[in-house]
Design a protein around this ligand. Structure first.
Ligand SMILES: [Fe+2]
Length: 337
């Protein structure tokens, strides 16, 4: 009887000790954080190395330009990666709608309109208007693109591209669906040619005399500036940050979501790191974007181009909720056709 209770006591102590050991090693073991990324790590690599050294965690960067959203959604019951890093709000919303991500804590380094409970922004990219210099414009609005004087003078990529869907969704947020339908009918009527190509192709078309105005992301200005074959287009074309007289220029984001709860604490820690002053400085400059962390300024040349431009402060989550309405209206009027 006595022996029995000693054995029982010893084994329960052993069980307690083992579970304590398991809990402790779990808490302090170094983790490998796998990042599905639509962007290459490039300039941030030295920072990541430093992060790995100071935390003991390892970052495994899995880069692909296409297919990561589908992969994340397919794998949602057994996630392969811990974090999804996107170059557009639409992709983050797709993952959220598929319930393939987890809630994240409120990010104090990110403006409220640029985060939700499921994702946060990392950088901002402005959707600007490129205009022929002969137009002599220093201010223009998205709404102006449908003015009768611009008939056959506007170029754009597909209306269905995520960048345009996001801009159009913001127009619904400001003016409503009925207004937007009338707007895209007029916009289509003002196009010099069917929507085609990418943002930079439209600037080339302005240079070539096909049109006078186009819509494109601001950082393509620097890509063209840095490209010996494209820099010449900028002799005739300049970007303008639209809607400075009212709600400000529309911004899209690159952002991040946690897609696995097994490595949750380490993932949140890495997210904090990407939003830290130090990482934001480098990460945003990597692609000539605007940091979301208000303590950090954009690179000198980005600041010079933006000239303190005002950005639309409408919640991106609200904007994204208009995506379906945008698609329905684009289909209805056959915008690209
Ligand atoms: Fe882009």
């Amino acid at each position: 009887m006595k022996y029995k209770s000693i054995i029982l006591l010893t084994s329960s102590i052993l069980i307690v000790l083992t579970s304590m050991y398991v809990a402790l090693t779990k808490a302090y073991a170094s983790e490998t954080i796998k990042v599905y990324s639509e962007r290459q790590p490039f300039l941030i690599e030295p920072l990541i190395k430093e992060y790995e050294k100071s935390t003991g965690n390892k970052i495994e960067w899995i880069f692909s330009k296409k297919g990561l959203v589908q992969k994340t959604i397919l794998e949602k019951s057994r996630p392969v990666a811990d974090i999804f890093l996107s170059s557009d709000i639409a992709r983050l919303v797709d993952i959220t709608e598929a319930e393939a991500n987890f809630d994240i804590p409120f990010q104090k380094n990110v403006p409220e309109n640029l985060q939700s409970k499921n994702w946060t922004s990392l950088t901002m990219r402005a959707r600007v208007i490129y205009a022929h210099n002969d137009l002599n414009l220093n201010n223009i609005s998205y709404e102006d693109l449908v003015l009768p004087e611009y008939k056959n003078r506007v170029c754009t990529r597909s209306g269905y591209h995520p960048y345009n869907i996001s801009l159009f969704s913001s127009l619904i947020a400001h003016h409503g669906e009925e207004w937007f339908e009338d707007y895209v009918i007029k916009l289509k009527a003002n196009l010099a040619r069917k929507p085609q190509g990418n943002d930079r192709d439209q600037v080339k078309a302005i240079y070539a005399g096909v049109c006078d105005l186009s819509i494109g992301n601001h950082y393509y200005y620097f890509k063209m500036l840095d490209d010996p074959n494209q820099i010449v287009w900028l002799d005739k074309v300049s970007p303008i940050f639209p809607n400075q007289d009212n709600y400000g220029t529309h911004v899209n984001i690159s952002g991040i979501s946690i897609i696995n709860d097994e490595n949750y604490d380490a993932s949140v820690d890495f997210l904090d790191f990407l939003l830290s002053d130090e990482a934001q400085k480098i990460y945003a400059n990597d692609n000539n974007e605007f940091p979301v962390n208000p303590n950090v300024s954009a690179s000198e040349r980005v600041q010079k181009l933006a000239n303190n431009a005002k950005f639309d402060s409408t919640s991106l989550e609200e904007i994204a909720s208009n995506r379906k309405a945008v698609l329905d209206i684009l289909n209805k009027i056959n915008f690209d056709g």
